[in-house]
Design a protein around this ligand. Structure first.
Ligand code: SAH
Length: 264
């Protein structure tokens, strides 16, 4: 695999944005700061019935993410590129760029843009340029896998619900992302074939971080996962694997769907 890029760089997202910053108005100057990318494969702008094409709404979302404290330029750029409204039911497309989680069927949800950006920023802490291979647990509708495809060289994404695995395949097809590999299986076992990973990110929260994930993480790599803490609440946990062992940080409270074992 590509070695994890060297340190230091881009020490972003090292703290939790203060609650008050979440309601700060979006600076106008940031409104067009990102979203410069225009992939050849991009479908034409879609009117969302808001009097704006989707790239303008997305640029606003990105500006808001930056105002909320997301600093990693690569993450902001990726968030500006991926058309989130194409991953939700058309009736919900109008809400796709609001900072809200949305249902994706099968009793699962797509995380809020802010949480997606925050977690990927944590995953990329200290990274220079793109990360190497990444493992995502919980493909869901495939949105986060698409975002990850722009910040990592390869994305392995595993989903335990066949219906969602199929849905993600369909959703991702028009994006033509050759570096995204969707796997149907139990992510609690990780995906040894792709190991070691420069990063592991879970979109579902368990009582513990499975040993398989720790084993499959490369030295120097980071794991970001919602996990139940001793206080009984779910929080974001970041684990950094070093040659000396594992550094574990418990960050802000979050609400993710449960990590379940087996396939269905
Ligand atoms: N990243 C997703 C979010 C999906 S929600 C997106 O962008 O849409 C979390 C997902 O984790 C659900 O689809 C759920 O079925 C899945 N999940 C839960 N436990 C899992 C496991 N052990 N292995 C793989 N997927 C799992």
């Amino acid at each position: 695999m590509k070695p994890r890029p060297s340190f230091p760089a881009n020490l972003s997202g090292s703290g939790v944005p203060p609650k008050s910053s979440l309601s700060r108005p979006v600076p106008k100057t940031l409104a067009n700061a990102t979203n410069k990318s225009s992939s050849v494969h991009r479908p034409p702008p879609v009117s969302m019935g808001l009097g704006l094409d989707s790239s303008a709404v997305r640029a606003q979302m990105v500006a808001k993410l930056a105002a909320q404290g997301v600093q990693d330029a690569l993450v902001l750029q990726a968030m500006g590129r991926v058309e989130r409204h194409l991953f939700v039911e058309s009736a919900l497309a109008g809400q796709a760029y609001e900072d809200t989680s949305l249902p994706i069927g099968f009793e699962q949800t797509i995380s809020k843009p802010n949480v997606v950006a925050r977690m990927i920023e944590l995953l990329r802490q200290d990274a220079q340029g793109k990360l190497g291979r990444i493992l995502e647990i919980g493909t869901g509708c495939g949105y986060q896998a698409a975002v990850l495809s722009h910040v990592a060289s390869e994305v392995y994404s595993i989903e335990r619900l066949r219906g969602l695995h199929e849905k993600a395949k369909k959703n991702l097809l028009p994006f033509r992302l050759p570096n995204v590999h969707l796997i149907f299986g139990d992510g609690m076992l990780g995906f040894p074939k792709g190991a070691p990973y420069a990063g592991i990110i879970s979109a579902a929260g368990g009582d513990n971080v499975p040993q398989a994930w720790l084993d499959q993480l490369a030295t120097g790599g980071r794991l970001v996962a919602p996990t139940v803490t001793p206080s009984g609440h779910q929080a974001l946990v970041v684990i950094h694997k070093t040659s000396q062992g594992f550094d574990r940080q418990v960050l802000e409270a979050v609400h993710f769907v449960p990590l379940k074992s087996g396939i269905a």
